[in-house]
Write a protein that binds this ligand. Sequence first.
Ligand code: NAP
Length: 255
Amino acid sequence: MTLSGKKGLVLGVANKRSLAWAIAKRASEAGADLALTFQGERLEENVRDLAGTLGRESLILPCDVTADDQVDALFAKIRESMGRLDFVVHGAAYAPPEALSEPFVQTSRGAFRMALDISAYSLVALARGAQPLMTEGGSLLTLTYLGAERVLPNYNVMGVAKAALECSVRYLAADLGPQNIRVNAISAGPVKTLAAAGISGFSAILGVYRERAPLRRNTEASEVGDTGLFLISEAARGITGEVLYVDGGYHVMGM
Ligand code: NAP
């Protein structure tokens, strides 16, 4: 699967454990030129250091997905420097910590709004920004979790946000398909990342997956990276509006 000559934007790299980083690495190895974003100066150095290991020059740009002006500036800069885009990897998600530990019924309006804005609406905003740059068709890829469909301990409002995200994937796929822009999601099994560490009892969830998933082990970020490469490559040219599970088969189990 080659991405030679392709240009991609990747959001959601916080550190080397980030799922977005696993996809970025595979995309770069497959020949793609990348723009990577960071949210706030705190993470800029991390992202620059990681990008330096890719062996090809990447564009590093700020983007807080809650700020329309930053999203607009991001795509203006990409147009200026890269000319066009072939794929976008969306790996941004956030919910306030208390919303991931208190009972779901306690979710405040503010926490609900913030989780849905950052974790779901951002895909719509990015799709709108990317659309005019995807002059030769393209692929949008986001990351979701089984908590969108089933109740998992403490996933709470993030599950609601992921349900909205998965539904957005289907509506965007219908809107953008006529321009040969595909929109898909990977539903990843739990992987110990910075975002995952914010979910109370996350280690216990890892243990349950190891015990009950058909493959009897936890998901590795590299597995998400490989499937990400597949979905953004020509090999997946017939797939859109899809949620593809990379979770060792856990989602098929009833008990
Ligand atoms: P991660 O490394 O912490 O990545 C989450 C990213 O979202 C971080 O780079 C974070 O930046 C960014 N983000 C948060 N708020 C943002 C904002 N306002 N604007 C721009 N970026 C923002 O964790 P991850 O696990 O790889 O998460 C990536 C995606 O995979 C998420 O959608 C997550 O829900 C999904 N996922 C994860 C798992 C898992 O078990 N790890 C399983 C299934 C799906 P900051 O650090 O600056 O906040």
